[in-house]
Design a protein around this ligand. Structure first.
Ligand code: BGC
Length: 378
């Protein structure tokens, strides 16, 4: 047995054979290591390319200076960019770097106090944009308004730094209903869309109540592929309900829509006078137009509602809602009548005073018997 082993050893050339085997093993190991390294490098490169492609798919505002110039030309805002200073800024990161998460809401701030705090970082008329990068989104913030002077300061004081930390191009428009007619939130939103559109370009429009203040700045006001309901969980409802919302089709308080979404549904209905119903109507328009309402999780999409006087409720809203779908093509942006009374630029916002007509005019042709409105205080 032992003798056979020695013969085999001799056959293999003894020590020389072992040496060759070691060299061969080392070669194989080297080849394997190099192949693995190459695989790793190609994987890393592939990931980088995927990320770049993903970034490129997000429509980015062409150039922040072009935005400034467009604004200056259209509304006479004096920015600090001259034609000579045109330069291309790097795109803002997809996750804004200065977000803080939970933000405290200060309810008692006057407009003067808000101006003193934020006047330096906002251009006259309520415009703002990031100084050091090219914003990914331009958003018009449209606030339907009447008789809420005490809430304006709190809103401006809260929203400007909130939107600035999100590195947006944005502007705030207050659209005030002239006269003493019942409040028509939806008409004001339509007017706000059409009037702010003239001063764009805006990628999307936030329809935002003055008393709704977001409590977490991770709740991004970035535009989405589908209309987005913003005010998911609100303090007046104890941030409650199944899935964090009041009811499944709730669309009130604040929402964000692209121009395409708005035009596809012919804007908001014009026929809801008094409190309620117009947001439910918009939900139906969106789903009827085969779109979906998106929402962020309730722990981000949290809003504090500032207390205010009771409003007159539209007791007919459910009746009007029932007859909604057939009405969409002609009740909305297409048949909206209004007269702009004044447009005033304030340090932190633009104020549009508008006459939107009266509720006594029969404005729902789908209901010939419908004679007026049944409203009571809530
Ligand atoms: C009204 C909506 C309102 C909701 C929540 C509904 O009855 O029609 O307009 O947003 O209540 O308050």
């Amino acid at each position: 047995m032992w003798g056979e082993g020695r013969r085999w050893w001799r056959c293999m050339g003894g020590g020389l054979g072992v040496g060759l085997m070691v060299v061969w093993v080392v070669r194989v190991c080297l080849i394997l290591t190099i192949t693995l390294l190459m695989l790793l490098v190609s994987l890393l490169l592939k990931n980088r390319i995927t990320l770049q492609e993903a970034d490129a798919s997000i429509p980015v505002q062409a150039n922040v200076y072009a935005f400034k110039e467009a604004l200056e030309a259209s509304v006479g805002v004096s920015g600090d960019s001259g034609k000579s200073s045109v330069k291309v800024l790097p795109g803002c990161p997809s996750t804004p770097p200065h977000l803080v998460g939970e933000v405290k809401v200060e309810e008692s701030v006057t407009v003067k106090e808000a101006e003193a705090r934020h006047g330096a970082s906002v251009k006259y008329g309520g415009f703002s944009w990031p100084e050091h990068c090219e914003a990914r989104w331009s958003v018009a913030i449209i606030v339907p308004y009447r008789d809420r002077e005490h809430q304006v300061g709190a809103f401006l004081n809260h929203m400007h730094p909130f939107l600035q930390r999100q590195q947006l191009n944005y502007s705030i428009y207050f659209v005030e209903q002239d006269g003493t007619e019942l409040f028509n939130r939806a008409r004001l939103l339509n007017v706000g869309f059409l009037e702010s559109h003239k001063e764009g370009p805006w990628d999307c429009y936030a329809f935002h109540d003055v008393d709704m203040l977001p409590e977490n700045d991770y709740h991004l006001y970035h535009c989405s592929a589908q209309p987005r309901h913003l005010a998911v969980a609100t303090s007046n409802n104890k941030y409650r309900s199944s899935h964090g919302i009041l009811y499944h089709t709730y669309y009130g308080g604040a929402c964000l829509m692209g121009e395409g979404h708005i035009r596809k549904v012919n804007g908001w209905s014009n026929i809801y006078w008094g409190w309620g119903g117009e947001d439910d109507d918009m939900w139906r328009r969106i789903t009827f137009a085969d779109m979906a309402v998106w929402r962020y999780p309730a722990h981000f999409a949290k809003y504090k509602m500032i207390k205010h006087k009771r409003q007159i409720v539209n007791e007919d809203r459910y009746k009007i809602l029932k007859r909604n779908t057939g009405r969409y093509p002609y009740d909305g942006l297409k048949n909206l009548n209004y007269t702009i009374k004044t447009v005033t630029r304030h340090p932190l916002y633009t104020h549009i005073l508008v006459d939107i007509g009266s509720s006594s005019a029969q404005d729902d042709p789908t209901n010939k018997k419908f004679s007026g409105h049944n409203n009571k205080k809530t």
